[in-house]
Design a protein around this ligand. Structure first.
Ligand SMILES: Cc1cc2nc3c(=O)[nH]c(=O)nc-3n(C[C@H](O)[C@H](O)[C@H](O)COP(=O)(O)OP(=O)(O)OC[C@H]3O[C@@H](n4cnc5c(N)ncnc54)[C@H](O)[C@@H]3O)c2cc1C
Length: 432
């Protein structure tokens, strides 16, 4: 294999980085993961994740971790209720959805981020993850890289793989391509002991997911196995809204006031999400890497996951793509098919670019319709037992995701960099 006797440094111990470390270690590679979290006890933020058969689950199977996954996933957590802004249920998968099995194409079992990380960490040789290793930068030496950490440490590696997420420090050493602004800001929240702190939403959630739509806004709530739940609401804003709006996202009173103003058409049922003093809010402005991105492969550095192809989360593909990147890159680096690391990396990147062009298009398609006035109708068409209704929506998607991009490719047209923002949220009017 082309990485014989090479020291590999993976930057970032997210789902992408840890999957890659496991897959490479299974083939005897010398690999370390440098993670900025202080230690493995740091609580992993974010809602539950659904893993897809052809990507996330395929990577877990190759990593020999599918049985472990089956012991920790949460059957039923994927069951969704689609509601309007008054929390009236329009579609409900509880009791109606056929239960799929592992191996079925459409099976999307859910797992919380914490247990997923735990499964991966337990599968690695002791000392593989070097905690408290916040990378500030890297320096190119002759044939190697010097990694420089915030804590003053440095290490030398033969190959660097950036799995350090959306705001990757490694990306600029691979490409000067920048993500573009999509026009959407998301605010993520996390509620502990939901049964007592947000009892009405907890009941509505029923251990699954809620998708709520209204007034060009989206609210997704997702249950977690520890009795907490994660939620994320998204809406159109101008770029840098999170910095310029004047809201202190740590001040829950301000957050509630903001929600009441900005979501005034929404039922007061949702206030539960914002009222509790313990809720933590994280603003997440939504960017996307250009769908036609490409760069020249190098022999000793590459990117996986959000570092490679940051996109909004509205197609639920981010983790799945990060894990599939890890699978494809590990196969290339450990196969005897390639003459050298550069060819192995170039082949991986080619597959990744092609895949992202399609998945990213689907993601932007969802991002757009989910923040339009007909979002609820569109979601219901997707869930509809009426084949005609569902077919119409799927045709729209196929046109947007496959047909138009193919026409663009044939005629050499540049894909549009969608920004869905078309109106300004006036904070003065909101009294904040
Ligand atoms: C609200 C929300 C909901 C989402 N829902 C879904 C979903 O349902 N399904 C789905 O598939 N995806 C979802 N995503 C997207 C998904 O979380 C990401 O695509 C996925 O986590 C990417 O994995 P990764 O390993 O590439 O990066 P990350 O998960 O971002 O991991 C990067 C790791 O690198 C570490 N790191 C960062 N910088 C440094 C540094 N300088 N030095 C050292 N370490 C560093 C971080 O601490 C982290 O552990 C969602 C995202 C958000 C924000």
């Amino acid at each position: 294999m082309v990485i014989q006797n090479k020291k590999i440094a993976i930057v970032g111990g997210g789902p992408g980085g840890l999957t890659l470390a496991r897959l490479l270690q299974l083939k005897g590679a010398d690999v370390k993961v440098y993670e900025r979290d202080i230690n493995k006890e740091v609580r992993v933020q974010g809602g539950a994740l659904d893993l897809h058969t052809e990507s996330g689950l395929a990577a877990l199977e190759k990593a020999g971790l599918l049985d472990e996954f089956k012991m920790h996933y949460r059957p039923g957590a994927e069951l969704t209720r689609v509601v309007n802004n008054q929390a009236e249920i329009y579609a409900d998968q509880h009791g109606t959805r056929t239960v799929e099995k592992f191996g079925d194409k459409n099976h999307r079992p859910e797992i919380d981020r914490g247990p997923l990380r735990e499964i991966m960490l337990n599968s690695l040789q002791p000392g593989t993850v070097v905690w408290d290793s916040h990378i500030l930068s890297i320096e190119k030496l002759q044939d190697t890289w010097k990694l420089v950490f915030q804590n003053g440490n440095t290490v030398i590696a033969d190959i660097v793989i950036g799995g350090d997420g959306a705001n990757s420090k490694i990306r600029p050493f691979v490409t000067d391509i920048k993500p573009f602004w999509t026009g959407i800001t998301m605010i993520e929240g996390s509620i502990k002991e939901a049964e007592t702190t947000a009892p009405v939403i907890h009941k509505l959630l029923k251990g699954g997911k809620i998708f709520a739509f209204g007034n060009d806004k989206t609210l997704i709530v997702s249950s977690k196995g520890d009795g907490s739940f994660g939620f994320a609401t998204s809406f159109k804003t101008k770029e840098f809204w999170d910095k310029e709006c004047g809201i202190d996202f740590k001040d829950n009173k301000q957050m509630l006031a903001w929600f009441k103003q900005e979501y005034k058409e929404w039922s007061s049922i949702w206030y539960e999400l914002f009222e509790n003093g313990n809720t933590i809010f994280i603003p997440r402005p939504q960017y996307c890497m250009p769908l036609n991105q490409k760069w020249k492969a190098q022999s000793n550095i590459t990117l996986i996951g959000d570092a490679a192809h940051w996109m909004p989360p509205f197609a639920g593909e981010g983790v799945n793509m990060a894990m599939l990147d890890a699978l494809q890159l590990s196969e290339n680096l450990t196969s005897n098919e390639f003459e050298n690391t550069k060819k192995a990396i170039a082949n991986y990147e080619k597959q990744m670019f092609r895949r992202f062009a399609i998945v990213g298009q689907g993601t932007l398609f969802n991002t757009e319709w989910m923040h339009k006035s007909k979002a609820l109708n569109n979601m219901l068409s997707m869930f509809s037992p009426n084949i005609l209704k569902q077919g119409l929506f799927i045709s729209k998607m196929v046109l947007s995701v496959y047909v138009i991009p193919t026409i663009r490719k044939v005629f050499g047209l540049v894909p549009k960099q969608a920004s869905f923002y078309d109106e300004r949220i006036d904070l003065n009017k909101m009294g904040i």
